[in-house]
Design a protein around this ligand. Sequence first.
Ligand code: UDP
Length: 258
Amino acid sequence: MARRRQIYEGKAKILYEGPEPGTIIQYFKDDATAFNAQKKGTISGKGVLNNRISEHIFTLLNTIGVPNHFIRRLNMREQLVRQVEIVPIEVVVRNVAAGSLSTRLGIEEGEPLPRTLIEYCYKDDALGDPLVAEEHIACFGWASQDEMNDIADMAIRVNDFLCGLFAGIGIRLVDFKLEFGRLWENDYSRLILADEISPDGCRLWDMTTNEKLDKDRFRRDLGGEVEAYQEVARRLGLLREDANEVLDLEQHRRKRGK
Ligand code: UDP
């Protein structure tokens, strides 16, 4: 079968033209980057796990009425999504101090925040995705005031839902990153959640041991990356008896040349 036309290759995903207009295919790679791509590596099997985890979360968000781009999973590494015009802002939602917030403001990692904090970064790899204020977003027209209101409302809803979902499986949702896109219908656009939600873009700590179950294992050279992602998938009920099932299946298919 002729390979579909590639639209874009990012750090962790490749986008291909979808089968119908207005759709695209997200292919999840095993590549991992950190610190604005200064650190690069691969986490074997990560793409398969992120595809499943993101499918699960976006499907659940759909059931509670958070509009998102997910249509359906196609195979181990690919999912069909709606094509959107990505808003050039990374929306970071924080419940507990960690990472760049701790470094920037000198707050100890693990310190619960008095209230949920939403931060915005301008999506520009060359600039290292700098933190920006809502005033910058308005000043440069990256999103309208109505869009910013929708973004903040959806981000809070996603956070409340995910905090509960993860608490139910013994995981603290420390922080995470969201991206939104515009879905155009004639001259009118509405915002929906896009990209992915997976341990690549979330900080997930075991509630009893504080063990990190996310990309910080890679960023901080802690090892056990794939086991951590598998543990998240397992607790979400996405891996049955054998934790290696999904990965074994993929290796089996590769051997058969499918
Ligand atoms: N994050 C992300 N992509 C980015 C930057 C951050 O997915 O380009 C996620 C990251 O995984 C974490 C949250 O956003 O869950 C907050 O990240 P932070 O600002 O602390 O940056 P970091 O410490 O990852 O550099």
